[in-house]
Design a protein around this ligand. Structure first.
Ligand code: ADE
Ligand code: ZN
Length: 326
């Protein structure tokens, strides 16, 4: 049985991480103070105590509230840099990270301020930590498609910094078809596309994301098991699923890690990967997610390593660069 040391030393690639979800309570407090923003907590521990979620929406409400402390370019830099240092600690060599511009532009923060700070930290991560990265812009699906189209326009001056677009926030009631036009436009502009689907929502959203949004990976996707034909198609096409084990148990997608289907999906031949989603809110970065899965589901060394091989396969890095990682 693989040891903690094996998991810690295993090289890793993270493909499902919301930068706003890496905002640790300590940094939230520091930024609130620096920016004079009121937060309804008196200590970082009190913040942590409030992180008791019963579904996706109960988390999202607190996650959007936490993001209110991010105001200046330096704040977005500090957020991203802190995440990259955690990557270094967990032996994460490459990351493809999400950011939610609408969470900030809707509060009057300029798109350029958000991406400026994030990009500066990612460049420093490449130069000083040797961590390569890509940036994915996510549209908030609880907002309308016109707002997503406007956000895509704001991104165009930064086309060179963004590899793709994604879709996140409240899945139930906001299916992929709502965003068909903005994804078609993004594809025309040469962006890759991904989408959260089959996290809390039905397997039909996975189908919709593939057929209507042209996605090359599915974020979460664990509810694919409700549709046997879809599972066979995902296996045949090697469609990657960016699964987030601690997120899924914290948001009650699965009651216990022992009930999680990720290892079963791996053994069926799906291209499943392990990711941390919103580590500051769900209690763990990459190593913690690997360890939690391995503890609940005894696996061989080869099976654990397969999660990294899958992530390299699923990543948006060039074939030449992939050889650097494997
Ligand atoms: N935004 C941040 N984390 C998310 C998740 N797990 N699902 C949907 N939207 C999100
Ligand atoms: Zn997510």
């Amino acid at each position: 049985i693989p040891t903690k040391e094996f998991i810690e030393k295993l090289p890793k690639v993270e493909l499902h991480l919301h930068l706003e979800g890496s905002l640790e309570p300590e940094l939230m407090f520091a930024l609130a103070k620096r920016n004079g923003v009121e937060i309804p907590f008196s200590s970082p521990d009190e913040v942590r105590a409030a992180y008791d979620f019963h579904n996706l929406q109960s988390f999202l409400d607190i996650y959007y509230q936490g993001a209110n402390v991010l105001i200046q370019e330096q704040d977005f830099y500090d957020l991203t840099w802190a995440y990259l240092l955690r990557c270094q600690a967990d032996n994460v060599l490459h990351v493809e990270v999400f950011f939610d511009p609408q969470t900030h532009t809707d509060r009057g923060i300029a798109f350029d301020t958000v991406i400026g700070g994030i990009h500066r930290a990612l460049e420093q991560g490449r130069a000083e930590l040797g961590i390569t990265s890509q940036l994915i812009l996510c549209f908030l699906r609880h907002l309308d498609e016109a707002a997503a189209l406007e956000t895509l326009e704001q991104a165009l001056p930064h086309r060179d910094k963004i590899i793709g677009v994604g879709l996140d926030s409240s899945e139930v009631g906001h299916p992929p078809e709502k965003f068909q036009r903005v994804f078609a436009r993004a594809l025309e502009l040469g962006f890759l596309t991904v989408a959260h689907a089959g996290e809390e929502g039905p397997a039909s959203n996975i189908h919709g994301a593939l057929e209507l949004l042209g996605v090359t990976r599915i974020d979460h996707g664990v509810r694919c098991v409700d549709d046997a034909d879809l599972v066979q198609k995902l296996i045949a096409d090697r469609t990657p699923l960016t699964v987030c084990p601690l997120s899924n148990t914290r948001l009650k997608v699965f009651a216990r890690m022992e009930d999680h289907n990720i290892v079963e999906l791996l053994r069926q031949g799906l291209c499943v990967t392990i990711n941390s989603d919103d580590p500051a809110y769900f209690g763990g970065y990459m190593n913690a997610n690997f360890l939690a899965v391995a503890k609940a589901h005894p696996m061989s060394h080869v099976e654990i390593a397969q999660f990294t091989l899958n992530a390299v396969e699923a990543s948006f890095i060039s074939p030449a660069e992939k050889t650097r990682l494997v």
